[in-house]
Design a protein around this ligand. Structure first.
Ligand code: HEM
Length: 378
């Protein structure tokens, strides 16, 4: 079973190949938490993350070898399971630096990156407070759902009294490839998703578009990134009554191979100029891939790493389904630019609704024996 080290230059879970499963949680810290408590929490989380990503139980004695008269240190449901490619990625929300009421709880206000402010309101947003924002976040990805859930469960248990889950999301199928070694998976509209994504094998694009550079902002964030999470409902019942022709027009790609409607195969560059018999471009002006394409966004790209979700159903029997969109970028401005373009004109908007939103600064990786975000407190 594959495993990824927790310690390193960059946090794992960004350019490491996207795993099949997600458990994502946003936390709010306790009102009376001190700066030292916060540091201790990040230290405890880092220690536990290093153990779990290596396929081990948390704590000194784990799930069954501790004292008989105490609760076990590890909750135990990952006993006997391999690491399953587990990655645990930590992020810091705007409110960690400055609370909603303006309070500088941890003496961090002066260290807040200028770009770490809540995302703007986009046309069509129907955001729910209970699915948005948070002081801290943890993205746990693994190829086994039990391993991802075990990670979030134990990290939230370790945080007891110091931070509590504000909202969380399970994802069951990746909707991106982050390596050319991976086949492109499909989203719940049945389309290949992740074709034109930034891949780990493109080091120039990763450096240019994903990692925060040395001169970009506060030095503590250099080598880190910004994580945008958007919970996007997909009205799949409406979609499923839509003609195949319309479905392909909406994306600008074929539903089978995922090739651009301008021709070629999956990885051919789309051509937005070439016209068909009706003198209209083969790829519609409002097509998602056109409006999201770097040529329509001043060269802007991002690394997408989202997951499909189905969270039960409503009283009419409609599935509560969608895409838990996650993207990593060097600056939140990259997401904002593309999303503004999409929110205004995307043909896809008829079938989707953004209901949750959050932005986090993702510090660089922790050095061996240190903890995630250490440079922020130095
Ligand atoms: C491309 C689906 C939301 C950014 C694509 C593709 C599909 C897709 C099928 C074509 C294959 C590919 O290159 O990956 C969806 C669905 C969404 C959604 C179903 C919502 C439920 C978003 C959002 C953003 C975004 C919110 C960012 C603001 C992109 C980008 C591309 C893309 C940058 C690649 C464009 C290119 O370079 O050709 N998406 N997407 N998507 N999407 Fe989305």
């Amino acid at each position: 079973s594959v495993s990824y080290p927790f310690f390193g230059t960059h946090q794992a879970g960004i350019v490491t190949p996207a795993q099949d499963r997600l458990h994502f949680a946003a936390f709010d810290v306790a009102d009376d938490l001190s700066r030292d408590d916060l540091i201790e929490l990040l230290q405890d989380w880092s220690t536990a993350a290093a153990l779990m990503t290596a396929g081990r139980d948390v704590g000194e004695f784990g799930s069954v070898n501790g004292p008989y008269d105490a609760p076990p240190e590890d909750t135990g449901e990952a006993q006997g399971l391999p690491p399953a490619g587990l990655t645990i990625t930590f992020g810091f929300g705007p409110t960690l630096f400055q609370a909603a009421d303006g309070a500088d709880r941890f003496g961090l206000a002066a260290r807040r990156p200028e770009a770490l402010t809540p995302l703007p309101h986009f046309p069509g947003d129907m955001l729910e407070a209970g699915r948005s924002d948070g002081d801290l976040c943890i993205q746990a990805c693994a190829d086994d759902p039990q391993v991802a859930v075990h990670a979030i469960r134990n990290l939230s248990r370790i945080a007891f009294g110091r931070a509590a889950i504000r909202w969380s999301q399970l994802g069951f199928g990746r909707t991106s490839s982050t390596s050319t070694s991976q086949a492109t998976p499909r989203n719940l509209f049945g389309f290949k998703d992740g074709t034109a994504n930034i891949k780990a094998e493109e080091p120039d694009a990763v450096n240019d578009q994903v990692w925060v550079g040395d001169g970009d902002g506060p030095t503590w964030l250099a080598g880190g990134s910004y994580l945008v999470a958007r919970r996007i409902r997909m009205t799949i019942e409406t979609w499923d009554r839509t003609l195949l022709r319309e479905q392909e027009t909406v994306f600008g790609r074929t539903k089978g191979a995922g090739a651009p409607l301008s021709g070629g195969t999956e990885f051919s560059e789309p051509d937005f100029v070439i016209v068909g018999r009706a003198d209209a471009p083969l790829i519609d002006h409002a097509a998602h891939v056109r409006l999201a394409h770097p040529t329509q966004n001043a060269g802007t790209r991002m690394l997408r790493r989202g997951y499909n979700f189905v969270d039960g159903n409503d009283e009419l029997g409609r599935l509560n389904a969608g895409l838990f969109f996650i993207s990593f970028q060097r600056s939140p401005e990259q997401f904002t630019r593309v999303q503004l373009n999409l929110a205004k004109n995307d043909a896809l908007n008829e079938y989707i609704r953004h209901v949750g939103s959050a932005l986090f600064a993702v510090p660089p990786g922790a050095a061996t024996g240190s903890y995630v975000g250490a440079a922020l407190f130095a």
